[in-house]
Design a protein around this ligand. Structure first.
Ligand code: FNR
Length: 338
């Protein structure tokens, strides 16, 4: 049992990203070569009010909002061995209830201790936990003691290196299996340099794997992933923004052109009935300034998955798949709600 558990040494990892890290992006990242994929941050109470459904039409496990059927979290067997769910929480009991709910469907649980957004901080979640150490440790130790899959956490750094080292040592002592470190403080933004030297110091100090994060500005190709992790003295690396723009960064044989990636991404969106609004958001991130081109403008007007697919010549594929799913059973919504 223990030997088949997910481990965090020598891994290339898709970082947790709100709205970006949904099932199609996670599966495509794995196909391209990522070893582990983190879900977007999911808030504990949303999970707690969800209902778990095995979706026979799509072959997925869905956690649905019972009021409107919205998918809160969708997963499937293909990613089961490699997916870590990231939780936003400020409460050990709530975190444990969620963990028990999902522990048979995923391979790890991560606690977000780095999010600097006001919503998280006000709720005592994310980076708020870095200054509420006792609560942070209680959340982690409660999970470690009661859940059979590995528990990790993701933090930022403090301005003061000694404060950071004190924190990570205490977090390590809870029994977590790894710690991801984004080398910026709570108030720093992507334009600030990542404190790779602090990550290195953490990696030298701890015995558990430290996952280097925050390097997207210096990661433009596969080799850069390794340069960044070496610079941080870590055996594992976690990448967010570079993967958000082009998740073929995980390909050993080099990155694919943006349009190739979009085609593969859309196929997964169709296959797993991803919502049109989430699909559109992720493709927008890939297109970036190309949204200003005539094709980009046509794309921005799309309301359905089929319309989006038409632009990348996948309209027939989308219609066929949707028909197949409709004949198998009732599923999903089709339009972006105004
Ligand atoms: C993020 N980040 C983030 N972090 C986290 O712990 N949970 C989350 O849900 C999110 N969501 C999120 C969304 C988007 C669109 C971005 C760009 C970032 C932060 C992310 O995981 C990472 O720590 C930083 O982006 C730094 O890594 P990179 O981008 O330099 O590789």
């Amino acid at each position: 049992m223990k030997s088949s558990q997910l481990t965090f040494d020598n891994k290339i990892i898709l970082a947790p990203m709100v709205r970006v890290g949904t099932l199609p992006m996670r599966l495509l990242s794995l196909e391209y070569g990522a070893d582990i994929v983190y879900s977007e941050e999911l808030i504990d109470w949303k999970f707690l009010k969800s209902v778990r459904r095995e979706n026979g039409v799509l072959g997925t496990i869905d956690y649905l909002d019972p009021t409107d059927g919205t998918v809160i979290f969708r997963t499937c067997a293909k990613e089961k061995q490699n997916v870590v769910v990231q939780l936003g929480t400020s409460d050990p009991d709530r975190a444990l209830k969620v963990a028990k709910l999902i522990e048979n469907d995923v391979s790890g649980i991560d606690i977000n201790m780095g999010c600097p957004k006001e919503f998280s901080l006000k709720g005592g979640m994310g980076a708020a936990l870095m200054t509420q150490k006792e609560k942070a440790k209680k959340i982690l130790s409660t999970l470690v003691e009661n859940v059979k899959i590995p528990v990790t956490c993701k933090i930022r750094v403090f301005e003061n290196i000694d404060d950071t080292l004190t924190l990570v040592k205490e977090l390590e002592a809870t029994g977590i299996k790894a710690i991801a470190v984004h080398g910026r403080t709570k108030v720093e933004r992507p334009q600030h340099p990542n404190r790779n030297h602090v990550i290195k110091k953490i990696a030298e100090t701890l015995n558990i794997p430290v996952i280097a994060n925050g390097g997207s500005r210096e990661i433009e190709n596969y080799r850069d992933l390794f340069k960044f992790k070496d610079d941080c003295g870590c055996s594992s690396v976690m990448v967010a923004r570079t993967a958000q723009y082009n998740c073929s960064i995980f390909r050993k044989d080099g990155m694919k052109a943006m349009d190739d990636v979009i085609v593969q991404y859309l196929k997964k969106c169709v296959e797993y009935d991803n919502s049109p609004s989430n699909t559109k958001y992720c493709v927008q991130n890939m297109l970036k300034e190309l949204q200003e081109t005539p094709r980009g403008k046509r794309f921005l007007e799309c309301q359905t998955l089929e319309q989006i697919c038409n632009i990348w010549n996948l309209g027939d594929y989308c219609r066929q798949k949707q028909l197949e799913y409709q004949t198998k059973g009732n599923f999903g919504r089709r339009e972006i709600m105004p």
